[in-house]
Design a protein around this ligand. Structure first.
Ligand code: FAD
Length: 467
């Protein structure tokens, strides 16, 4: 807790990153205002500013731990509202390159709910904090500085659909406005350099439809994940059970193999994955929504940490700073890591806001580096991916992890080693432990099947073989 009690902070964006940042800021600021462009709903609804919320959102365990630490009691709220608690290994069927992962009691308890339910529960908890005010229905238009142009002092706002503008002052501004963040543009207008951007685009598309869970569903599995199979089957799918006895069925395709939004074609696409199990599950299920699609999935990292000149009293977090190809389900956990980094930076600064933004950007860059490395390295596996250079190290990692994804279906120990990496509890480098390396090398010496063999058999490893 700092001694500078009368200070105010403003957060731009009232989604996951903005809400978590606001909660952290209340330990150091007397007033925290969240400015959100959308008129926020009272309940769990998809809104214009977060169109991704139609699509399956898996919350990794690391993210859930951080969020529960910031908002104690949130997990109870989620369960009370219908979130399912699943054992990742026993209740979820996961298909990797080599087939279905073994069904095991993994001890990893995952929460399965819709993204609107999660965001609504977080928002409700955050709004209970008396230091936080949410001003929804306001667009942030530009940032303001002091006379010397050195320090951010606030912003101009406009109520949605109106012409008048308003000035809002702040001692600290946090940009959590997501992929469409205007901070680079605003920096340019203020005479600052814009951050360098790394963009790596695997051209991933999503299409999602929600269904009632059919009465005929035996309940012998609750969630299903079918990975795309490099290099032959760029398509995959996820079925997530959510509140209200529904399935959120997301189909995805890499390399511009976008899943269609046409209803019949959606089903047909589901039939052409590495396994037909998703198709079998939904072919007679009753849809409760149309098909929604999403294609802006480029991995994009804005290197604020490298800027030689950055205004004081400003920082950028969440997707506004670093947005990911969503197939690895890291974005919300990265937003939580950003909140953690903010808490640490504020603690370390002992109340001094000068240099805080630059220190935060360095700290958050470090915190998210493993997630960025995992996603972008994996995306570079596809020759159609644009924006990155595949180096020797990438090729070695591709060779190695390809073996890991092939072996997981045959090896419980490997699957147990993979799950904490997937949930961001351990770094991807833990898959290079000597015991795993020995298995990979032994497998490589035995020889690997040719990829064509996989393409010709629709069902490489039918369900049951791995159960
Ligand atoms: C298709 C898809 C699937 C995903 N699946 C997963 C998953 O399975 N697991 C996971 O962890 N993550 C997933 N993600 C990522 C996740 O959605 C985001 O990382 C997460 O929401 C954090 O984003 P954010 O809060 O930074 O930004 P956003 O959620 O994009 O929110 C930005 C907010 O800022 C507001 N805003 C924007 N501009 C302004 C402005 N000028 N003034 C005022 N308000 C403004 C917007 O209205 C919005 O509310 C997925 C993303 C996509 C696209």
């Amino acid at each position: 807790m700092t001694n500078q009690i009368n200070r105010s902070a403003v957060v731009i964006g009232g989604s996951i990153a903005g809400l978590l940042a606001a909660q952290v800021l209340t330990d150091h600021f007397e007033q925290v205002t969240i400015i959100e462009r959308d008129h926020l709903p009272d309940g769990a609804e998809v809104r214009n500013g977060t169109p991704q919320a139609y699509h399956g959102h898996a919350l990794m365990l690391r993210g859930r731990q951080i969020i529960e630490g910031l908002l104690p009691g949130l997990e109870n709220d989620l369960v009370a509202e219908g979130t399912l608690v699943l054992d990742q290994g026993a209740d979820s069927m996961s298909r990797f390159k080599g087939g279905w992962a073994p069904r095991i009691n993994s001890g990893l308890k995952v929460f399965s709910m819709s993204r609107p339910l999660l965001e609504n529960a977080i928002r409700r908890r955050v709004m209970q904090n008396p230091k936080i005010t949410v001003r929804d229905g306001y667009d942030v238009l530009e940032l303001l500085t002091d006379a010397g142009g050195k320090t951010i002092t606030g912003m101009m706002l406009r109520p949605r659909g109106k012409q008048d503008t308003e000035m809002l002052t702040a001692d600290l501004v946090v940009d959590a406005s997501g992929r469409t963040s205007k901070t680079p543009e605003w920096l340019g207008q203020l005479g600052y350099p814009q951050p360098e951007e790394t963009r790596i685009d695997a051209f991933v598309g999503y299409a999602t439809r929600w269904y009632e869970v059919p009465e005929t569903h035996k309940g012998d599995w609750h969630a299903m994940w079918i990975q795309s199979v490099w290099p032959t089957i760029p398509r995959g799918a996820i079925i997530l059970p959510i509140e209200g006895n529904r399935w959120q069925v997301t189909l995805f395709g890499v390399a511009k193999d976008y899943p269609p939004t046409d209803e019949d074609a959606f089903l047909e696409y589901a039939r052409t994955l590495a396994s037909t199990r998703v198709y079998e599950a939904i072919k007679n299920a009753k849809p409760v929504t149309p098909v929604h699609s999403f294609r802006s999935t480029v991995n994009r990292l804005r290197h604020y940490e490298k800027l030689a000149r950055f205004p004081e009293h400003l920082l950028v977090t969440g997707d506004a700073y670093c947005a990911f190809n969503p197939t690895y389900a890291q974005g919300m956990t990265v937003a939580a890591l950003g909140a953690n980094a903010l808490a640490e930076t504020l603690r370390e600064s002992s109340g001094n806001l000068d240099g805080l933004g630059a220190n935060f950007q360095k700290r958050v860059a470090k915190a998210i580096a493993p997630a960025w490395m995992m996603t972008t390295t994996e995306d570079l596996r596809w020759d159609t991916t644009e924006g990155g250079q595949k180096g020797l190290m990438d090729r070695i990692i591709h060779w190695y992890t390809d073996k890991v994804f092939t072996l997981i279906s045959q090896d419980e120990e490997l699957y147990r080693a993979f799950l904490p990496v997937q949930h961001m509890l351990k770094p991807p480098t833990s898959l290079f432990a000597p015991s795993i390396m020995r298995k990979v090398l032994a497998y490589a010496l035995r020889g690997t099947p040719k990829p064509q063999a996989i393409r010709s058999t629709q069902e490489v490893n039918p369900v049951g073989a791995g159960d």
